[in-house]
Write a protein that binds this ligand. Structure first.
Ligand code: SAM
Length: 262
């Protein structure tokens, strides 16, 4: 059940940097407050590439969702940690290819909830579940009202799992979600990597600025989230190099992949 508006407004905490709004700021959006911009600027001061990462992450999302809808025939998407709506959101990309594609968004940020209600409404082009990714049971139960888990589902964790410090917990969140899916389902996941001193410094600045700390992982740790699945070409790569528009695209401190469940 939706919380009353006044309660949501209180939860927005405009004076505290929030992950979804900081990300929105780096992506060039307007749905952020001064505290979010201050935290975002503190990171960008030492790691200006964060803005490139935000933009490139959307290119990766668009490429992966198009591949899944157009080439892999997937018609159901579960996008966990969806963020504030910006350009080329999952349902728009999927439904451009397959108008019958069903999309469930999940996030635990109250501002995302407010936007989702305004944008999607009842009977809209996608469904929104307000939940924490630490509770896959709740997410799966609520998503099952929209998605048929007997058919393939693309499960998406796009730059969201670094908020959980324990990598074993991260793996269990991913595996318990994938365990509920049918053969032919896919996992799409990217995350920030500890592959340069500047990005590590940027993560430290984020934590100091009052934002929820983000744990950067090694590419190998990210790769372990895909255990038991079959990688789709080109496998786990810096997201700038996943089916790039520019074959000479520079690497970035963020690795991602798409993989299939047999
Ligand atoms: C960096 S943004 C990424 C947004 C989006 N996935 C994208 O690719 O643009 C991280 C998102 O994860 C959400 N998030 C963080 N912790 C979460 C949790 N425990 N459960 C659900 N969502 C979470 C935040 O609210 C935020 O919207």
């Amino acid at each position: 059940m939706a919380a009353p508006d006044a309660e949501i407004a209180a939860q927005l905490q405009a004076d505290v940097p929030h992950a979804a709004r900081i990300w929105n700021y780096w992506m060039g959006g307007n749905d952020n407050f001064a505290a979010d911009r201050a935290a975002g600027d503190a990171v960008a001061q030492v790691y200006p590439e964060i803005v490139v990462m935000a933009r490139e992450s959307r290119r990766f999302l668009v490429g992966a969702v198009r591949f899944l809808a157009a080439e892999a025939g997937v018609r159901q998407f579960l996008d966990v940690g969806t963020g504030l709506p910006t350009m080329q959101n999952t349902h728009q990309v999927a439904q451009e290819v397959a108008p019958d594609a069903r999309v469930v968004y999940v996030d635990n940020d109250p501002m995302v909830l407010v936007h989702a209600h305004a944008l999607l409404g009842a009977g809209g082009p996608a469904t929104y579940v307000h939940a924490d990714y630490h509770d896959p049971e709740k997410i799966l139960a609520e998503a099952a009202r929209t998605l048929d888990f007997a058919q393939p589902v693309a499960v998406m964790f796009m730059g969201v799992l670094g908020y959980e410090p324990d990598h074993a917990v991260v793996r269990s969140i991913v595996s318990s979600t994938m365990d509920a899916t049918a053969p032919g389902s896919h996992l799409v996941l990217w995350d920030g990597t500890n592959t340069s001193p500047a990005v590590v410094e940027g993560a430290a600045r984020l934590a100091e600025s009052g934002g929820v700390p983000y744990i950067l992982r090694s590419p190998a740790e990210i790769g372990r989230c895909f255990d038991g699945l079959v990688m789709v070409e080109p496998g786990l790569v810096p997201i700038t190099r996943w089916r790039p528009d520019d074959p000479a695209a520079a690497a970035i401190d963020a690795y991602g992949a798409v993989a299939r469940k047999l």
